[in-house]
Write a protein that binds this ligand. Structure first.
Ligand SMILES: [Zn+2]
Length: 446
């Protein structure tokens, strides 16, 4: 069983319309201008949800609603860091998300430098013998630039679990080289974790040029002392929202094709590439389907998830609420604003031929077929694994994504308006063809 000629003709219509789309830019321009940074549970996050509801209604989408959920949030306070030996050198830094505060007055200690997380893990956890004991651990984990972003997965454990490994060895605090590919004097934040079995120590990232300086001083064999202050609050009770909007289906209206993005952002920057672009792309794609006039068989649902950045509360709440609803597809746009270069699916074997047809429709947009092991983005990935829902991945060119990811430089000017319509075209095609499929896509092999 394949797609009908009618379905494929409309796919071509959508593709052509999308390449002339002007809504997508207007959406991301508006979100970054009218709201800006919107960490989950903040006043700006609530404004973002109101903005999204109004934007989706304005585009003619149906069943638009904000679904509230409670959560506990982390809040950044003032922070600073400097080397105080061998000489005083101010450092550009940012606390990592979830970091506990330093004691009033801060912490000053000698640096125990490690080239990467593996080197720290290789150090003994016997406090008497570990270099980390009583010091500030510095992990100099470098990140490789790549179109598919694979350098992030390789480097990010230093940020995520570095404080656990440092505390296990008696360290007073953790500092890391920013997980990023830029050479700018900006620090990259992002979520980190603690482990109940070891003390919670403060953790922060310094800019890449500052990490380079620390590495050069380390190479000279001079003892370095670092002093920092860091204020924060954890576990603050708050409310956030998933925002939902739909293009209602027809004969299979109770089955869902989910186009996801996340509405929240880190508190630095404007949340333009992460993930204002994704919000704009999937919303514009659904709006295009709506505008093009032909109603899909299944319901196409835009889900703008809450708190992707620090806990996936929105994805989990969505799964709790809709776990019993048939999902034909889940996918998420959350890798910036670069062109889509590859399509991957994760559907039941009998539906792989339909995925191949989708790939053929995407090919004129410069998208390569990438196989059946798709991973659909962070929130959609949570849902795929938890509910065994079928998924798709539209891989964007992420070569420059990690230059500004989770930094104050994540601002609208980093988005090339010219690359957005191609994204809208890919998402509109994906949504339409998933909605028209003569076969269920699931359950996939995980
Ligand atoms: Zn993101």
């Amino acid at each position: 069983m394949g797609y009908t000629d009618d379905d494929l003709r409309h796919a071509a219509v959508l593709r052509d319309l999308a390449l002339r789309d002007t809504e997508v830019w207007k959406l991301v321009e508006a979100l970054t201008t009218e709201v800006g940074a919107r960490p989950a549970g903040s006043a700006a996050d609530a404004r973002a949800a109101s903005w999204a509801v109004a934007a989706c209604r304005g585009l003619g989408l149906a069943n638009v609603r904000a679904e509230s959920l409670p959560l506990r949030i982390w809040q950044r306070g003032p922070a600073s860091a400097q080397l105080v030996a061998p000489s005083t050198r101010p450092l550009v830094m940012a606390a990592l998300g979830n970091s506990v505060a330093a004691p009033a007055g801060g912490i000053e200690a000698e640096i125990a430098w490690y080239p990467d997380l593996a080197a720290l893990k290789a150090d003994t956890s016997d406090h008497e013998k570990s270099r980390a004991n009583g010091r500030i651990v510095f992990i100099d984990q470098k990140m490789e630039r790549a179109r598919d972003g694979r350098g992030y997965g390789a480097a990010v454990p230093a940020r995520a679990v570095g404080a656990i490994e440092a505390a296990r060895r008696g360290a007073l605090a953790l500092a890391i080289r920013s997980i990023g590919t830029d050479r700018d004097r900006i620090a990259h934040t992002g979520a980190m974790q603690y482990d109940l079995s070891v003390p919670r120590i403060p953790a922060f990232a310094v800019s890449v040029p500052d990490a380079d300086l620390i590495a050069r001083l380390n190479a000279r064999g001079e003892p370095m002392r670092l002093q920092f202050t860091l204020e924060s609050r954890s576990g603050v009770e708050a409310t956030t929202q998933n925002v939902i909007a739909e293009v209602p289906g027809t004969d299979l209206a109770d089955e869902i094709v989910l186009l996801g993005a996340h509405l929240d952002s880190w508190d630095l920057g404007q949340g333009a590439i992460d993930d204002g672009a994704g919000v704009a792309i999937v919303t514009a794609a659904a709006a295009l389907l709506q505008r093009a006039g032909k109603r899909p068989r299944r319901t196409v649902r835009v889900a703008l998830f809450a708190n992707e950045e620090n806990g996936f509360d929105g994805a989990r709440a969505y799964g709790d609420r809709y776990g019993n609803v048939v999902h034909q597809l889940v996918a998420e746009s959350d890798f910036g604003a670069g062109r889509v270069w590859q399509f991957k699916s994760r559907v039941q074997p009998a539906a792989q031929a339909l995925a191949d047809s989708m790939a053929q429709q995407l090919a004129p947009l410069g998208v390569a077929a990438g196989g059946y092991d798709g991973s659909p983005g962070p929130d959609a990935g949570v849902l795929m694994r938890r509910h065994r829902w079928p998924a798709a991945q539209l891989s964007q060119d992420g070569t420059n994504y990690f230059d500004v990811h989770h930094t104050e430089n994540d601002t609208l000017d980093k988005i090339d308006p010219a690359t957005l319509p191609q994204n809208v075209a890919c998402w509109a095609l994906l949504a339409w063809l998933a909605a028209q499929s003569p076969l269920p896509f699931g359950p996939p092999a995980l």
